[in-house]
Write a protein that binds this ligand. Sequence first.
Ligand SMILES: Cc1ncc(COP(=O)(O)O)c(C=O)c1O
Length: 398
Amino acid sequence: MIMQLSSFLQRFNEPETLKMAKLGRELRAKGIDVVDLSLGEPDFDTPQHIKDAAVKAIHDNWSHYTPVPGFLDLREAVCTKLKRDNNLDYKPEQIVVSTGAKQSLANAILALVDEGDEVIIPTPYWVTYSELVKIARGKVVEIKSMAANQFKISAAELEAAITPKTKVFMFSSPCNPSGTVYSKEELAAFADVFRKYPAITILSDEIYEYINFVGAHESIAQFDDIKDRVVLINGLSKGFAMTGWRIGYIAAHADIAKACEKVQGQFTSGTCSIAQKAGVTALTTDLRPTREMAEEFTRRRKRVLELVRDIPGIHCPEPDGAFYIFPDVSSYYGKSDGQTTVTNAPDFSMYLLNNAHVSSVMGDAFGEPNCVRFSFANSMEKIEEGWKRIKEALAKLK
Ligand SMILES: Cc1ncc(COP(=O)(O)O)c(C=O)c1O
């Protein structure tokens, strides 16, 4: 058979995060006890009252196609949440609900980016950002950030990266993988820059909003005179332990929302009716379960920082949000256990997978080849065990 797959497939890569999860699963299928520190999702179950709402939706026969941008009551619930938590005013026609924030991002990129358009992305960034830009035939313009600056970029660096071709600036705060959280003052400095460049749209991914170790979440959409150019992206996956339910959303200018609705109308239509009904409950009820999960992440963060600091040669900035650490492991490059030589982050991750049976994600996937991402969205027991094994395996590298 002569199979001719499209050239489109050559333009982008499979997510490294999913690849690592797959490799871990394959080892586990062989009976090996793998500690998964590559996880990008809360290890908690969805809160009971949200599950109850879904069961009720099934019994109430919410089983038909849904409006492309989502049920009106869910879009109203998103507006209620944005006012309650972020003091932001949006109308339902500015909201598009999608099959996860990943689809929200894809819709927005396809709606905004033409061939050759430049999209500025600070490193490190979530794996999917650069690949979506490539799918749209845009050009990724990276701004390198450094661990020494908590992986933050400055407003001056942002401005220096802007050219007449810049179409979009895209970032997450809290950031996956670094855990960086931008303060209100830092976002205000970005807003000052964007005021000078009215053709740039800002994609602000706020999916880790509730997992924040330094205080209240700040959105760049709070600056009124640039708000119309901000596409705020959020979803229920991380804050409500609902990754499998696939609910993400954007809040944006009505014209951008319409454009995203048009894209989504041809790809998937409206997302799952049952998940949407559960989403209304998640967004409009007590946030206590979310706060409890965040408290547990705070405890784990403290412990994992203790464990990692006990290992020589790893430099680990403290994450201010999300549930990852993103240490610089480059001091191990060039070292060997006599059999395997670790020359880069992919080697480092594979060495840990094969020798410590711990999965992680190489920093190359996030645009930062000196680092490796380790999740702490796993039980305290697994975290302790994983880091004990990592320490032993790294001690063999000379
Ligand atoms: C920064 C960031 N944005 C978006 C997403 C996508 O989330 P969802 O499950 O809603 O598609 C993720 C998931 O890992 C993420 O880390």
